[in-house]
Design a protein around this ligand. Structure first.
Ligand code: ATP
Length: 708
């Protein structure tokens, strides 16, 4: 329900007038400050330098002009940067307005990303990371009495005003105060609208009513405001963000509850509070997949954390192992069989390995080559491999035993180049297809190391002495349930005594069996005393999606949260067809229709495997808006990303279509349940489940006709 300007009450109109006047005042003050800063530059000489260049250009020979102009451009750019670096952006200077009535009378504070004050004009913009004021904003509601320590002093008072404001391109466009939501239309008139419609979330173009149709017809994604989720952190999230930097923190919560959001904002606050102890160059974020690494880099930049390095687990392992073993390169196996990889990452191996191998006795025994040889001996010992499988209590199938033995044998075999060293005629070593001789043959594995072995080799080396790695000041592990115990061991070594880290995770999203559990993971990191926060609100997914995700998890689903129920939203659409080709054509048609109506929406078509994603992609491959995303190379532009469940952890799309929910693609086992759960919970607005032939039994029978 909306109320146009004429119908707004006196009080509401007063709020709008007050906020508009406040913004005008802030912008005028900023403009004055900018001019003053410009004058101050003259003393520093940049303006003088620019003038000198101009004078020189007036009388210079023509041949010298390009060079002079280049220098003038550089000086001007430098000037611009210095001027704007210290002042808030006038286009979006703040995201919230707080008025506190305390002992000294009422005071207005504005929360933004850069601190700026002109007390005579009554303007105080405070960086959201600045503790006392921000804590009041995030922890209290309008009308609440507050009591907070402001430095030495205990401050008490009342929160008179607590409003979220959205300023887009210098214009105030939304005001949110408790349940009151006001929006400015294009023509400048203000309307009151229901909170559900305007929730300040990325994506989703409104609320679709029917499961049979995708989207709402609204057609365009709302321009995102410059502060995004920073303005919306809830009290529990802010509490977690503010945990002391030196203290380890474990952030748990269901999919879309804001774990990544909390971890990244904590990083921003730590870097702000103590930049000398926690410089960005010594903080690192590690995530399991490339897609999430790309997303994290995009999220870090506006938080002022552009210099924090973000790595995928694989990339980080290789780089760290090269430093630890002081090697320019390590010959990795082109492909490790999935079961072998699972064996090497399983906690049972961590528990038994030292008992079998023992610590290296001398420094000389800690080269990668020697350690790898000892490790391979253990992998070739059938009794030992059987022991590990037995200890894994059914999480590793018995077929893995022969696979580990065979794979290790091939890695230990003599590399082809050594076998062929007697052939001197180079012509005889060239293949018809131009590939290396050993490619696509078992020889390709000879002399290689598996990526999964790298943390194990570093673990073994560390039993003898230090790894010799540069310490990090703070590490964030996102999707921490995907880290093996050996990997956590290496993280511990990188953190040293500092122990400053943030783990964000959800055991329901582990992509393969074998997560050791949080107590053992914390133990491995040496942070058994970590603070734990369990986020309760599901922000990303609407209620229908949350419910389906729970049903898919079956008995693995955690107890239902007693906190705020998920927001209402579009029902899940279930579409079943006799044959696959029909399902694919249907998906293609639905996508064409949706994109024509909502060109700014983001759509994820998430298949069960890369091969299945290829098949679905064929029906839309000729469309400019369709992208077949492989290896996590998401662009995060509007349009359709066709991908598979192995690449989407941590990501979200306005619309998600699961194109192949068949019994074959999604069998009934725990791992499949968790993977389907990950795919389903990428949805921020509406989900379609499409199937053909025999539908997956993970989808409740009622889901065939009536959405849950
Ligand atoms: N307090 C909040 N208010 C509104 N939206 C929020 C809030 N916290 C987080 N969000 C939004 O919810 C979505 C999910 O957040 P985030 O990705 O941090 O969740 P997550 O728990 O890490 O998810 P996953 O388990 O899938 O990795 C994002 O769009 C984020 O901006």
């Amino acid at each position: 329900m909306t109320h146009a300007q004429g119908h707004l009450s006196e009080d509401v109109r007063a709020i709008i007038a007050e906020e508009e006047a406040l913004l005008t005042r802030v912008q005028a003050t900023l403009e004055a400050a900018r001019r003053k800063a410009g004058r101050a530059q003259e003393d520093r000489g940049l303006v003088a330098q620019l003038q000198a260049l101009r004078d020189e250009a007036a009388s210079a020979a023509e041949a010298d002009l390009p060079h002079l102009f280049f220098q003038m451009d550089q000086t001007r750019a430098l000037l611009d940067r210095q001027e704007s670096a210290q002042l808030p952006d006038a286009q979006a200077p703040y995201f919230a307005h707080l008025r506190l009535a305390g002992d000294a009378g009422p005071r207005d504070y504005l929360l933004g990303r850069t601190t700026f004050a002109d007390v005579s004009a009554g303007v105080r913009v405070i960086d959201w990371r600045f503790a006392p004021i921000a804590r009041v904003f995030y922890s209290y509601e309008e009308g609440d009495a507050y009591e907070e320590q402001f430095g030495e002093r205990l401050a008490e008072g009342t929160v008179e005003v607590r409003r979220l404001v959205v300023i887009e391109r210098g214009v105030l466009t939304r005001i949110i105060s408790g349940a009151l939501v006001l929006e400015r239309a294009q023509d400048g008139t203000w309307h009151g609208v229901g909170r559900d419609v305007t929730a300040l979330r990325a994506g989703g173009a409104g609320s679709a009513a029917r499961p049979g149709a995708l989207g709402t017809g609204k057609g365009a994604r709302r321009a995102e405001d410059a502060f995004g989720v920073t303005a919306l952190l809830d009290a529990e999230q802010y509490e977690a963000v503010s945990v002391d930097a030196s203290h380890p923190l474990l952030v748990l919560g269901s999919a879309g509850s804001g774990k990544t959001t909390v971890a990244l904002h904590r990083l921003a606050k730590i870097a702000f509070d103590d930049p000398a102890k926690y410089p960005q160059a010594r903080m690192k974020l590690i995530v399991p997949e490339e897609g999430l690494a790309r997303l994290s880099r995009r999220l870090l930049a506006p938080l002022g954390l552009g210099r924090v390095s973000v790595d995928t687990l694989d990339h980080w392992l290789l780089a760290t192992a090269r430093s630890a073993f002081n090697l320019p390169g390590i010959k990795l196996s082109p492909e490790t069989p999935p079961l072998v990889s699972r064996f090497k990452r399983h906690p049972a191996l961590r528990r038994l390995l030292l008992g079998r191998i023992g610590a290296p006795k001398t420094q000389a025994g800690t080269t990668l080559e020697r350690l790898h040889r000892r490790l391979a001996d253990a992998y070739l010992d059938r009794h030992f491999v059987e022991d590990v499988v037995n200890k894994a209590k059914g999480e590793l199938p018995r077929t893995v035993i022969d696979e580990v033995l065979e794979h290790t044998r091939l890695q230990r075999s003599t590399p082809l180049e050594k076998e062929l060293k007697d052939i001197t005629d180079p012509e005889r070593l060239i293949t018809v297809d131009g590939k290396a001789l050993e490619d696509d043959t078992p020889y390709a594995l000879a002399g290689t190391v598996d990526l999964e072995d790298l943390p194990i080799l570093m673990f073994l080396k560390a039993q003898q002495g230090p790894l010799g790695l540069e310490r990090l000041a703070h590490m964030v592990l996102d999707e921490a349930e995907d880290f093996s115990l050996f990997e956590l061991f290496v993280v511990r070594k990188l953190l040293g005594k500092g122990r400053s880290c943030t783990l964000a995770g959800d055991e329901m999203q582990q992509t393969e069996a074998g997560f050791a559990g949080w107590p053992e993971a914390l133990d491995e990191l040496g942070i058994r005393d970590a603070s734990t926060c369990r986020l309760q609100v599901s922000y990303r997914c609407p209620a229908s999606v949350v419910e389906l995700a729970r049903q898919v998890l079956g008995t693995q689903a955690p107890a239902e949260s007693t906190a705020q129920p998920p927001r209402a939203g579009a029902p899940v659409g279930f579409h079943h067809f006799p044959v696959e080709a029909q399902a694919q054509l249907f998906v293609g048609e639905a996508l064409r229709d949706l994109v024509s109506r909502e060109p700014h929406a983001s759509v994820g078509v998430i298949a069960s495997s890369p091969e299945s994603a290829d098949a679905v992609y064929r029906v839309v491959a000729d469309q400019a808006w369709a992208r077949r995303v492989k290896d996590g190379e998401f662009s995060f532009e509007p349009g359709v990303d066709v991908t598979d469940v192995g690449s989407v952890k941590g990501l979200e799309f306005d619309y998600v279509i699961l194109p192949d929910v068949t019994a074959r693609a999604w069998p009934v086992d725990d791992e499949s349940r968790r993977r389907l759960h990950v795919a389903i919970t990428r949805t921020s607005h509406q989900l379609w489940v499409v199937s053909s032939g025999a539908r997956s039994h993970l989808i409740p029978a009622a889901g065939a006709a009536t959405p849950p």
